[in-house]
Design a protein around this ligand. Sequence first.
Ligand SMILES: NC(=O)C1=CN([C@@H]2O[C@H](COP(=O)(O)OP(=O)(O)OC[C@H]3O[C@@H](n4cnc5c(N)ncnc54)[C@H](O)[C@@H]3O)[C@@H](O)[C@H]2O)C=CC1
Ligand SMILES: CC(C)CC(=O)C(=O)O
Ligand SMILES: [Mg+2]
Length: 354
Amino acid sequence: MAERTVKLAVIPGDGIGPEVVAEGLKVLSAAAPAHDLALETTEYELGAKRWHATGETLPDSVEEELRGHEAILLGAVGDPTVPSGVLERGLLLRLRFSFAHYVNLRPVRLYPGVATPLAGTVPEDIDMLVVREGTEGPYAGMGGVMRKGTPGEIATQDSVNTRFGVERVVRYAFAKAAQRPRKKLTLVHKDNVLTFAGELWQRVVREVGAEYPQVAVDYLHVDAATMFFVTQPGRFDVVVTDNLFGDILTDLGAAVAGGIGLAASGNINPENAFPSMFEPVHGSAPDIAGRGVADPTATILSSALLLDHLGLPDAAGRIERAVAEDLQARAKDGGERSTPRIGDDIARRVAEQG
Ligand SMILES: NC(=O)C1=CN([C@@H]2O[C@H](COP(=O)(O)OP(=O)(O)OC[C@H]3O[C@@H](n4cnc5c(N)ncnc54)[C@H](O)[C@@H]3O)[C@@H](O)[C@H]2O)C=CC1
Ligand SMILES: CC(C)CC(=O)C(=O)O
Ligand SMILES: [Mg+2]
């Protein structure tokens, strides 16, 4: 009998979601025996297919069931046959909001051997942790449309920034920065224009920062930050930012660190009052879905974040090492591999480790 059973909910979702999630599960299963783990997975069919069949995005009863799991592994949601936002808001954001995933944790790390478009232009020591706020900002869903369809139409989309919401994510970011060797935190915002929200973020960072004198604090406007992600990525250690800025910055971070197919994320409820949810940074990529060409590495690394969050850092480290080895091997032979083949190769490296 395994020492620990991990109760995992799996939402493959749309597009390449099911393809990459299958590889994430393959690698998790390969890692489990060496750490005396058993995986008890329950798969939920949510996404475009269910919406077309029933009109449902996330029934209350399913949300309730998900609540009973230790963690959720998600592929991606969104499909060209469904109006934009229906699944993204009705399923993904609903889960992030309902389960208080106020930390959207997105490591941006350039692994040895991985090609970056920055090659030869800047020092390529990229190792940052983007702590994106996950439940507020312009994603909150506040706003509306007036005089729709008329020449005087006005659409507003408010950014919600509560003291409570900002402080809890800033506290998490400082705690992370204090644990890392470089102990640096950069707040990214736009306080020269978004003055109300920006001033709140600045004040909270100042106040919480006083409790962390060992952490050096920097501030960048988001436009300048995008430039420095490309021209000086080494200046970033922990980045804390709002929901929208963090969304945009982490696709850019993925691009400079070897591509969107490698970028992992966790939607975390640090208090474990609700299950945290792990997913690649990328979306459902309908342009390549069903062809077996999606890179599952982002989902595999997200599975490692999942294990780490569940207090299983050794098992997480096993997966990360296997991915690092696989990325080194790719750098040498460079051949194209299918989605399941990459999963097989990483699972084999996971199993082969002593
Ligand atoms: N967390 C989620 O579920 C997210 C869902 N979406 C949804 O996904 C759909 C497509 O959105 P896009 O803006 O096109 O973003 P996307 O991330 O799905 O795709 C952007 C580009 O990256 C490529 N790509 C993505 N993942 C890849 C992988 N693993 N391997 C190789 N190439 C990969 C795609 O082929 C595409 O060319 C939309 O419905 C969108 O709303 C978008 C982002 C996040
Ligand atoms: C609601 C999602 C589609 C937002 C997104 O792009 C992301 O979380 O990366
Ligand atoms: Mg995104």
